[in-house]
Write a protein that binds this ligand. Structure first.
Ligand SMILES: [Cu+2]
Length: 314
């Protein structure tokens, strides 16, 4: 049975339809560029990027610098329009000034994934895509390497589906995000984003110490009221140990044997060996020493010769 609608109901329905149509139109326009579902088997969107994808130069134990695996899906309708894909990974933290970690073009239209570790070196597996130079200055994937104390960084991966099979881009020129966007201008059919996070947290018992122009990771021995901790530390030949005074009283680490300090066989210190702080360390002061000789090297506190420790260099 037909029941005529009241005027107010008609207005309500027309208004609702108008809103629905407007919503559909705006979301369609909004979604036009967002039709790639980009994911990683290694981390969920918005979650932490695992350590093995972090730049090894970050000196964080476990950082391997592998490029993370990515995978994507796309509708058949969109797939027909796409001739190649391009990828960029950018650090969104203000301090990073849109640092590019990973940029690629010419990923084949049939590809739906990038292998773990496939883009860490100079060659790409079976020629899948062309790597461009990142802001580190090398032509490969460069993992997160946020400065200590800069907090959480967000890394945004964007995969673009392009209407061209090939983008002409030099792979030996440092690219800015603007340069990259210029390369893709007018070619983007669809795109998808994935975010990952990473924050530098200093690993326990590791200190970053300057070594010429570089920074190296030193193993830490703390000096407290109870002595050296750890009292026996095993390191590799060429590694650096940082002795830090955590006591309110002064201490002075130096090679055995008091008072001649000649056990460690490298000369050049102030008494009998190069392995000698040659100074009173006040609270929180440090002495860094690189052990280039293999052996078990006993040492002591020159101010309290009964306090001893041992560094085993393998
Ligand atoms: Cu001594």
């Amino acid at each position: 049975m037909y029941t005529p609608l009241s005027l107010s109901k008609k207005i309500t329905i027309i208004a609702a339809l108008t809103v629905t149509v407007a919503t559909l139109l705006s979301s369609a326009a909004f979604a036009a560029n967002k039709k790639i579902n980009l994911t990683s088997p290694a981390f969920k969107n918005g979650r932490e990027i695992p350590l093995k994808y972090v730049l090894p130069e970050s000196l964080i134990p476990g950082a391997e610098g592998l490029s993370p695996p990515l995978a994507w899906t796309i509708s058949q309708k969109d797939a027909k329009k796409i001739k190649s894909f391009a990828l960029i990974m950018v650090d969104l933290h203000p301090i990073a000034k849109k640092w590019i970690h990973w940029a690629m073009v010419n990923i084949g239209a049939d590809e739906r994934s990038l292998n773990e570790g496939g883009y860490s070196g100079d060659t790409t597996p079976s020629g899948v895509g062309k790597l461009l130079q990142n802001t580190f200055g090398f032509t490969a994937y460069g993992g997160p390497n946020p400065p200590e104390g800069s907090g959480m960084h967000t890394y945004e991966f964007t995969l673009y589906g392009l209407n061209v099979g090939k983008v002409d881009a030099p792979d030996d020129v440092e690219l800015s995000l603007k340069d990259f966007q210029k390369l893709l201008k007018g070619k983007i059919v669809v795109q998808g984003k994935l975010k990952g996070k990473f924050k530098y947290s200093p690993p326990p018992n590791i200190a970053l110490v300057p070594d010429g122009e570089h920074t190296i990771a030193a193993k830490v021995v703390e000096i407290g009221a109870d002595g050296f901790s750890p009292s026996i530390l095993t390191i590799k030949e060429g590694e650096t140990v940082q002795f830090i005074n955590k006591d309110t009283e002064p201490h002075w680490p130096a090679s055995a044997v008091h008072p001649t300090h000649t056990a460690y066989p490298e000369t050049g210190g102030c008494i009998g060996s190069k392995f000698d702080a040659c100074a009173v360390l006040k609270q929180n002061e440090t002495f860094n020493f690189t052990f280039n000789k293999i052996g078990a090297w006993e040492y002591h506190d020159h101010l309290n010769p009964g306090i001893t420790g041992k560094i085993i260099v393998e």
